[in-house]
Design a protein around this ligand. Structure first.
Ligand code: DSN
Length: 425
């Protein structure tokens, strides 16, 4: 078989190169995106991807697992150290499957879940009616107040009325600090589990720029590819330790580590993606360095400066600003829809995503807002001065949204600027 045609696919390679160039030549401002290190990319493209290893280290259903066992043990140990928890599961393929595992672990189909509606800053898996979380479970959804802040009184009221078995905190388009303790009190009052989905803010939790829900929420879930700058994937974190295999366990708080592990496999997934686990391990090593805290601080500082500059230029922001890495801009303040703004900014080389604003009168396919974030820009070494320049460019692009030539020239200017801020290599 020595002539087996392992042909190269130049078409796909070319597209991958084009994507790398698109990222390098522009400004990636979708707050859930980032740039991984070369060290992470190296293990993602390794032979670890070839290996099946259903089970957990030391208890697999396949032979030849001695090295993937070690990779996973290292990833688990680092995740526990980084977040200060007793138990970490690093196998979830991404954030949605991880949240699915939490539901599978703690609930029965038909149980009630209380989460923030997607259109107010929640996530699909927090109970959206067309998602598994809204079809398999009795989903009740809270909204923010008119200004976009979480209304904890309203959450408490809904919890008392609906008696959810699970309350979901942690959001995808919420620019303010989450009060985990308040959510805990509400959950305790009605006897509910509390899930903290910190996918968006995990880097800020590590750097101390956002309070940690560890020790407050029953389960903490974070994706690994946003602020943390790892490969796509997710961490499930909890206190306590898993019990011995095969022993039947009830769906109680003390059994959460066991329930989470069993929800991942055999509940939902098959073989772990070992190249991904390795990438997560590498990312966690990087996130454990003191420099990562500096990165988190800078992400938050950059978002603050960017939001202040945009406000000074007449942009309206949901909640009037940000405490985190992201902001939601109401484009009505500039006479554009979110889709129009996304498109104009994209032509200028600034990548953002259209986003609903609280009580949005427009459709989610062409909502009123855009969502901006600073994690990827900060990874490239951009700081406060660059944020001021970027706010000016955003303003310029929005003012010339109908002028393609102007936007393309702006893109050239931005590309020139980005040469001083290469992607991590
Ligand atoms: N898709 C992610 C985001 O953009 O926030 C959430 O999973």
């Amino acid at each position: 078989m020595k002539d087996f045609p392992f042909i190269k696919d130049e078409e796909i390679q070319e597209l991958a190169k084009k994507e790398a160039k698109r990222q390098a030549d522009g400004l990636e401002m979708i707050p859930s995106e980032n740039h991984t290190s070369q060290a992470v990319l190296d293990v993602l493209g390794s032979r670890l991807t070839d290996k099946y290893s259903e089970g957990y280290p030391g208890g697999r259903y396949y032979g030849g697992c001695e090295f993937v066992d070690e990779v996973e043990r290292i990833a688990i140990a680092r995740a526990k150290e980084l977040f200060g928890v007793d138990h970490a599961n690093v196998q979830a393929y991404s954030g949605s499957p991880a949240n699915q595992a939490v539901y599978f672990a703690l609930l029965e189909p038909g149980d009630t879940v209380l989460g923030l509606h997607l259109f107010y800053g929640g996530h699909m898996t927090h109970g959206l009616k067309v998602n598994f979380s809204g079809t398999l479970y009795n989903s009740v959804q809270y909204q923010t107040d008119k200004s976009g802040f979480i209304d904890y009184e309203e959450v408490a009221k809904m919890a008392r009325e609906h008696k959810p078995k699970l309350i979901v905190g942690g959001y995808t388009a919420y620019p303010r600090i989450v009060d985990w303790q308040k959510l805990r009190e509400i959950a305790d009052e009605v006897g509910s589990f509390l899930l903290a989905d910190i996918s968006h803010i995990s880097a800020l939790v590590v750097s101390g720029d956002h309070p940690s829900p560890v020790g407050i929420a029953d389960v903490v879930m974070s994706t690994t590819h946003k602020g943390l700058r790892g490969p796509r994937g997710a961490l499930l974190l909890a206190n306590g330790n898993p019990s011995t295999p095969l022993k039947k366990v009830e769906k109680t708080k003390e059994n959460i580590p066991t329930l989470l592990d069993r929800a991942i496999i055999p509940g939902l997934q098959g073989g772990p993606h070992n190249h991904q686990t390795a990438g997560i391990a590498v990312m966690l090593k990087q996130a454990l360095q003191p420099e990562f805290k500096e990165y988190g601080h800078q992400v938050a500082k950059n978002a603050k400066v960017l939001s202040e500059e945009l406000l000074a230029r007449g942009f309206e922001l949901v909640t009037g600003g940000t405490d985190t890495h992201l902001m939601v801009v109401d484009m009505n303040s500039k006479g554009l829809s979110g889709r129009e703004a996304e498109s104009a900014l994209s032509t200028a080389g600034i990548t953002v995503n259209k986003n609903t604003i609280p009580f949005d009168p427009r459709s989610p396919f062409d909502p009123s807002g855009i969502r901006l974030g600073t994690p990827a820009l900060t990874t490239r070494g951009m700081a406060e001065e660059e944020m001021k320049q970027i706010a000016a460019w955003i303003d310029e692009a929005v003012q010339h949204a109908d002028d393609e030539k102007h936007l393309k020239n702006l893109h050239k200017e931005i590309t020139k600027f980005t040469k001083d801020f290469p992607l991590p290599n």
